[in-house]
Design a protein around this ligand. Structure first.
Ligand code: ZN
Length: 408
């Protein structure tokens, strides 16, 4: 019965390009990225959905006085199905990240460039690669006059790139009555070029900044000071070698299968060569398997830090830049995963590969609220980079997979 729908979607490449062109031309940057929010893009999307004939459109505005309209728009479009008690939700985000250094782009990031099957511009993948397939599915569905077996809910949220507190976090907190226990949740915001990866779990996350304080002095008389850089370097090496030993568990659901503990950013200390630095700051990015708590890792870091404090006569202070306990995983045999797998097999010819990743999608918000959410889309994998690219053909095929999930 959904064959008509699949055929219709198959003919919608021009619609993909047209929508992408319009969306790319409306930059939606959150205030943390020095932008004025998502309102203009949201207004365009509301008009588009109205134009398609969607009757039930709701706006869930999260107050935010940092943007000129005073809110961050979240849009819900609802198409009723035969079974009114369940909804297939497709959740994409409207905000983008800044284009970065313009000289790294071969063309204007806010003007869509088409090269064969490729489309280039800021946002074409992240997350127009989720928005556009869900919109052409909606268009094809309404044009075909079919009533889907369950409701279709298109949710276009704000603030994904800067924490989701005004986006899906707000929607789930304020309107969790929207979501039912039997609903299906798809977040098309991450995936692989072969379409096989279905993300079902995320590790916990700790971003920790360590400030090591010694005593500054002239470099010609080092014994008069305490070299904070030497102590910090010793701690970096200690954490790098000891944390994987203290937290050795592996889980093949995840790729990579272990927790990871990476020293990353290091701040500049003294500006000149002939001063012993009295302060040195570095950061750790820890991705923690669900069987360990973030606190256990933090405690282990503090204990290792204590040995460095004693050995080098420094003090160490820690600041958590981000802390996220792992959310419960979505079952590999959940309905959303099995329906997705069937669609992926049909339209991409590959077996779905359910996997856990290092973390960072909005799925965790839904999983914590008790919903089984899957993250899937077909990605070139160049989100946040210059010359962000996506494929017209995979956006059409992703819409077909979404149609299969809806119709079963
Ligand atoms: Zn994204």
């Amino acid at each position: 019965m959904s064959e008509t729908l699949i055929k219709r979607i198959h003919s919608m490449s021009d619609e993909v390009v047209d929508l992408q062109r319009k969306l790319v031309a409306i930059p939606a940057l959150g205030p943390d990225n020095d932008g004025d929010g998502e309102k203009e893009k949201a207004d365009f999307l509301i008009d588009y959905l109205k134009g398609l004939g969607v009757e039930d459109i709701r706006e869930i505005n999260a107050p935010d006085d940092r943007v000129s309209c005073g809110y961050r728009p979240n849009i819900m479009a609802f198409i009723p199905g035969e079974d009114a008690s369940r909804t297939f939700w497709i959740i994409s985000h409207t905000d983008i990240v800044p284009p970065g250094d313009p000289s790294l782009w071969d063309s204007d990031p806010y003007e869509l460039r088409v090269e064969g099957d490729s489309i280039i511009g800021r946002g074409v993948e992240d997350d127009h690669g989720g928005i556009v397939p869900s919109l052409i599915l909606t268009k094809a569905l309404l044009e075909s006059g079919l009533t889907p077996p369950m409701n279709l809910g298109i949710l276009l949220v704000a603030d994904e790139e800067t924490g989701s507190h005004k986006g899906l976090g707000y929607v789930v907190e304020e309107h969790d009555d929207l979501f039912g226990k039997n609903d299906l949740f798809l977040i098309p915001d991450f995936g692989t070029p072969d379409a096989a990866l279905v993300e079902v779990a995320e590790k916990g996350m700790l971003w920790l900044e360590a400030t090591v304080t010694g005593k500054q002095c002239h470099a010609s008389t080092p014994s008069e000071g305490v070299n904070a850089m030497v102590a910090a370097s010793a701690l970096v090496l200690l954490l790098n070698s000891e944390l994987p030993i203290k937290f050795p568990a592996t889980d093949d659901l995840f790729s990579p299968p272990t927790s990871t503990f990476s020293p990353t950013k290091r701040e500049a200390n003294v500006p000149n060569i002939n001063t012993i630095p009295g302060k040195d700051v570095f950061c750790m990015d820890c991705r923690i398997l669900p069987e360990y708590s973030v606190q256990e890792v933090k405690d282990a870091i503090a204990a290792l830090g204590k040995t460095i404090e004693d050995q080098y006569n420094v003090t160490i202070d820690y600041h958590e830049a981000q802390r996220e306990e792992a959310a419960p995983s979505t079952s590999m045999t959940s309905e959303i995963v099995t329906r997705l797998a069937a669609g992926i097999k049909e339209f991409y010819g590959v077996d779905a590969r359910p996997e856990g990743i290092g973390g960072g999608t909005v799925a965790a918000i839904l999983r914590r609220a008790g919903h089984e959410a899957a993250v899937w889309s077909t990605c070139v994998h160049n989100a946040h980079q210059p010359n962000e690219r996506s494929l017209i053909s995979t956006q059409v095929s992703d819409a077909k997979v979404m149609a299969r999930v809806l119709f079963g």
